[in-house]
Write a protein that binds this ligand. Structure first.
Ligand SMILES: [Mg+2]
Length: 441
């Protein structure tokens, strides 16, 4: 039997994204009205205006000279699309750590599946609610990239998006049993995809709000608008539950982000906590048939300062003993010289590889075998190019990989991979790849 958990879909959307990027790139613009001009010379129409500029009535589509007239002290910024794309990519990298499933929708907007979080994340008392979790995500984007984002959480992509609009700027959660109430007075025109034509047809039926739609007989909606009408009727009645459908993303990272129940002054205790988290994550690695190439650790202290480090293994690892030994060393190194209590610990396994348990021919210890194999592979690949050498398992997986890299789109959205390619010119898998060696932040 298929269990039907109510879906929890999070929509995250950058606030006045291009204008916010300009402020993020130039701190001297902070607090000032800023708008970004389109056209080749950046003096055509306004393509984004921040909140300060909007107070002067500046809006998207207005001519730049008009904007300057109503707000002489405002700043016109010429668009820097490469920088926007870079910031967008970094924003999605952060979002990726918060969900097993991320669907980018545009340069500053995406859906995150949080359906299983009830059971796996905020069941623990350390992350008590969805709101804490989402606000932590928003805070990180704000702190690390200086970009404000809003978010909405609901049972479908439609609901999540409407929640974001209601939230801007901020976060709104619509619990499953409050949907009808949340929608009742809202105009159907707020729903993306309604369009002028459908809006007029709905108005002709007397349906201006979702509440009006809910009161119509479902058969009328179905006859007039087909499947879409049926869906809209269910939605308006708070009965539309929709899983976030998309191609399954190959996992490239496993992470954990935990605020300790109280600020921990005892570093030995904090280490024990980190090790137990890491052991749990190693279990997940094993279950998913993966191993990790990189381990990252970030510790946030009481005063919200952070210290972070990353370790790159010579060979992908999946063993407790190896990973936890490195973690312990990393932790000691990181905490040296610190005295503040620990507030939060973030752990990441990045650059995940499929677990390959082929027997090996060289060396007596595992490390020697892997080392010898890796050296030999690199030598061969150096001579003949990559993909020359395949282990048995890799060979067997080759066909499967081809299938996986060309999945049939299962959703009406632009598939995540294509979207990533379009937005950032690279593959979604590459989003979470980091640089090698130990690096301190
Ligand atoms: Mg936006």
């Amino acid at each position: 039997m298929v269990s039907r958990l109510p879906s929890r879909i999070l929509h995250v959307d950058g606030d006045t994204f291009f204008a916010s990027c300009e402020v993020a790139l130039d701190a001297s613009l902070s607090g000032r009205p800023v708008w970004v001009g389109g056209g080749r010379r950046g003096d055509g129409i306004v393509i984004a205006a921040n909140r300060e500029a909007k107070r002067f009535g500046i809006h998207t589509g207005m001519a730049c000279f008009e904007a300057k007239r109503v707000c002489p002290n405002g700043v016109l910024a010429k668009p820097q699309y490469d920088e926007y794309r870079r910031l967008s990519k970094e924003m999605f990298q952060i979002m990726e750590a918060y969900t097993p499933t991320l669907v980018p929708m545009s340069i500053d907007e995406g859906f995150l599946d949080l359906t299983s979080m009830d059971r796996h994340v905020w069941r623990d008392t350390t992350v008590p609610t969805a709101a804490d979790y989402v606000n932590d995500l928003r805070d990180r984007i704000q702190t690390e990239l200086r970009l404000p984002v809003s978010a909405g959480l609901g049972r479908s992509t439609w609901m999540a998006k409407l929640a974001t609009s209601a939230a801007k700027p901020g976060f709104v959660e619509v619990p499953p049993d409050c949907e009808q109430e949340f929608l009742a007075e809202r105009s159907v025109s707020e729903l993306a995809g309604v369009g002028k034509r459908r809006e007029r047809s709905l108005a002709a039926l007397g349906a201006l709000t979702f509440g009006d739609v809910a009161r119509l007989p479902s058969t009328v909606m179905q006859q007039r608008f087909g499947i879409w009408g049926q869906q809209l009727w269910l939605f308006a009645n708070g009965r539309w539950n929709e899983p976030l459908l998309l191609e399954v993303k190959d996992r490239t990272t496993i992470s954990s982000n935990t605020t300790l129940p109280y600020d921990e002054p005892d570093y030995a205790a904090a280490l024990v906590f980190a090790l137990s988290e890491s052991t749990r994550m190693i279990g997940q690695l094993r279950r998913e048939g993966l191993q990790t190439r990189e381990l990252s650790l970030t510790v946030r202290f009481t005063d919200f300062t952070e210290s972070g480090a990353m370790y790159r293994f010579d060979h992908p690892q999946f063993r407790n003993s190896v990973i936890n030994t490195v973690l312990e060393g990393l932790f000691d190194e990181l905490m040296a010289g610190h005295a503040q209590p620990v507030r939060q610990i973030r752990l990441g396994f990045n650059n995940l590889k499929p677990l390959d348990t082929q027997p090996t021919l060289w060396g007596t210890t595992d490390a020697e075998r892997w080392g010898a194999l890796d050296a030999a592979m690199q030598q061969l690949e150096g001579q003949w190019g990559s993909d020359t050498v395949l282990t048995g398992a890799q060979y067997a997986l080759r066909h499967q990989n081809v299938t996986h890299s060309n999945p049939k789109p299962k959703c009406p959205f632009v598939p995540a991979r294509e979207m990533a390619q379009k937005l950032w010119g690279e593959k979604l898998e590459q989003l979470s790849q980091h640089h090698g060696g130990i690096s301190k932040r």
